[in-house]
Design a protein around this ligand. Structure first.
Ligand code: ADP
Ligand code: MG
Length: 247
């Protein structure tokens, strides 16, 4: 345990929670510890990622052990792969019907995450999609895409717009991982916007009704209201902070 703490300290990782899984020494640890396929680890290496970043060292084992996390780490510290890799491993074979859902504040960000997902999923058969413009003529097309995707990335606005269409039937009851990325921006936008977001999040949570549903939240900043939301909604929560807390 002391050794674990020293290792975390060396990497600027702080954790709060019960029975926190040990941090990762290297990506190849994933094969032995979690039976992650060598193909997925090879893809990571081919992306040029030789060592996990601090947030990846701690978030990967937590999510691979099905623990809900609130991870705060600076911009550019590799949070995207920190949530995509556990999803790619845990979903296994394609099944159709979203089993992982990533919410983020803007379309641009959604596309960035999608590009990273396409790279990291290269060795898998999983189907990934990003929800594009939901203008009326495209609604049925979007529905069809979501229904056959294993992993869906969207802004809350677009997803909820689709969920609220009478003619659209999208079920999220197979969602095992709900990721809230750039949570600080989603929760702390202008008060009007963030009010919308809380309502949208309630709707998404109600739709993601699986007992196995887990939430992982990622943010560059740590705010009291985010921390409070996590305490109330995430059983067995582990808080991960990398570097100085940025307020
Ligand atoms: P964040 O979401 O924390 O702002 P990103 O996930 O966008 O950061 O990652 C920032 C950059 O770092 C991206 O270009 C990504 O490809 C790269 N990256 C991610 N993980 C690693 C790693 N383990 N080693 C090297 N580069 C990485
Ligand atoms: Mg990010």
């Amino acid at each position: 345990l002391e050794e674990q703490n020293r290792f975390r300290n060396e990497h600027g990782i702080k954790v709060v929670g019960r029975h926190v899984p040990g941090a990762l020494q290297s990506f190849s640890d994933l094969v032995e510890r979690y039976k992650v396929s060598q193909g997925l680890v090879d893809t990571v290496t081919q992306c040029g990622y030789s060592e996990p970043t601090p947030v990846q060292r701690q978030a990967l084992p937590c999510m691979l052990e099905d623990r809900q996390i609130f991870a705060c780490a600076p911009t550019g510290s590799g949070k995207t792969a920190a949530f995509l890799l556990p999803i790619l491993h845990s979903l296994g074979a394609p099944a159709g019907g979203p089993r992982a859902l990533v919410l983020c504040p803007t379309r641009e960000l959604a596309h960035q995450i999608y590009r990273e997902l396409l790279r990291l999923s290269a060795a898998t058969q999983l189907r990934c999609s990003v929800v594009r413009s939901v203008k009326e003529s495209k609604v049925k097309e979007r529905e069809a895409t979501i229904r056959k995707s294993d992993i869906v990335i969207s802004t809350p606005n677009r997803l909820c717009y689709l969920l609220n269409q009478d003619a659209v039937n999208i079920t999220l009851d197979k969602v095992r991982w709900l990721i809230i990325d750039e949570a600080d921006k989603l929760f702390e936008g202008s008060s009007e916007q963030s009010g919308d977001f809380r309502q949208q999040l309630d709707q998404v949570l109600a739709a993601c009704g699986s007992k196995q549903r887990r939430i992982a939240m990622f943010s560059a900043t740590h705010t009291p209201s985010l921390a409070k939301w996590c305490r109330h909604h995430m059983r067995g929560l582990i808080n991960i902070t990398v570097g100085q807390r940025q307020l």
